[in-house]
Design a protein around this ligand. Structure first.
Ligand code: TA6
Length: 312
């Protein structure tokens, strides 16, 4: 178990916004902006960026940062009356100096604990007191782990309900050469067809047009195979039953002002989420949702290894 003494640097990022830098041995690093509690960078030992940050990302509140890992809370998309994807992604988070202990298996000390509490204004639109704690950790094998703990701190005795997503933008070499394994034969809601429910076929998911699907009751592991880069991302998740797969493709990209026209070719969002069954917390109760991302080398993505083995 790691000692509970975090190691991180506080620095100024784009437009003077505060950011945290995590460094692990062998050149690996990650960056988190306090604005949004937003992971904007995750680099491997060769200094290669593993997340996609939009070429037109705007680092200016209140616009959320496009790319990296936006946090969707307390609402995913327009599943409710709040602004799309909720407000956590465009609030200023704080470093949490004394979080409740969080057991970890990693020997790395490269982690930071952040916290978001609602402002007076937030309470007007979503009248619930909460503490949203998130630990971002860069493990000794280069894996990036985000652990969210959301607690109902209402003193009026009222429960609250929320939906949630880690809206991860992965960097891929060529979207036409990417496959997603682990979601075959599952039911999904198609956002491009009024959220009608369909069942996915038996084959790996590939991409040739705009895709925006919410896969339901998904396994705890999903693999994204990037054939050209000879790299596989493995997504491991806990407490997050659903998985959203999104690529805006060419036309929709042009309508998104902070996304470069060509960005869609080099990004894929695979988002660990809790959407179909929203989470309800009574006062004093806490929910935990964990995401672990790792990038494993070529042999996994060469097509020679049974992808099922990657998911075992
Ligand atoms: O997660 C997919 C999605 O909900 C899409 O429907 C899409 O529009 C996207 O997120 C981006 O949302 P944003 O509010 O960041 O523009």
């Amino acid at each position: 178990m790691a000692t509970e003494r975090p190691s991180f640097e506080l620095a100024k990022g784009i437009n003077g916004l505060d950011k945290i830098i995590l460094r692990e041995s062998r050149n690996r690093s990650a960056e988190v902006y306090l604005y949004g509690g937003h992971v904007t960078s995750w680099k491997n030992e060769n200094g290669e960026e593993l997340l996609h940050l939009s070429s037109k990302a705007v680092f200016k509140p209140p616009k959320p940062i496009r790319g990296g890992i936006p946090l969707c809370f307390p609402q995913f998309s327009n599943f409710g009356t709040l602004e799309s994807h909720g407000f956590a992604r465009n609030r200023i988070w704080e470093v949490d100096a004394s979080p409740p202990p969080l057991p970890t298996n990693s020997s790395s000390n490269a982690f930071v604990d952040l916290i978001l509490r609602p402002s007076e204004d937030d309470l007007k639109t979503w009248p619930h007191n909460f503490e949203f704690r998130m630990r971002v950790a860069l493990g000794s094998e280069g894996e990036l782990t985000l652990t969210s703990r959301i607690r109902n701190t209402n003193s009026d005795g009222k429960p609250f309900t929320f939906t949630f997503a880690y809206h991860t933008y992965f960097s891929v070499s060529d979207i036409n050469e990417v496959r997603v394994e682990g979601l075959e034969t599952l039911d999904y809601l198609d956002n491009l067809k009024s959220r009608e429910r369909f069942t996915e076929q038996g084959d790996a998911i590939t991409f040739e047009s705009e895709t925006d699907k919410i896969y339901l009751s998904t396994p705890t592991k999903i693999a994204i195979l990037d054939h050209e880069k000879k790299r596989t991302f493995v997504v491991r998740k806990d407490g997050l039953a659903d998985a959203v797969v999104w690529n805006p493709w060419d036309k929709r990209s042009k309508a998104i002002s902070d996304l470069g026209d060509e960005d869609y070719k080099h990004m894929l969002c695979v988002e660990a989420a809790a959407i179909e069954r929203p989470i309800t917390l009574k006062p004093g109760e806490e929910w935990k949702g964990r995401l672990e991302l790792s990038a494993v080398p070529s042999s996994y993505s060469s097509g020679q290894l049974d992808p099922k083995k990657v998911l075992e």
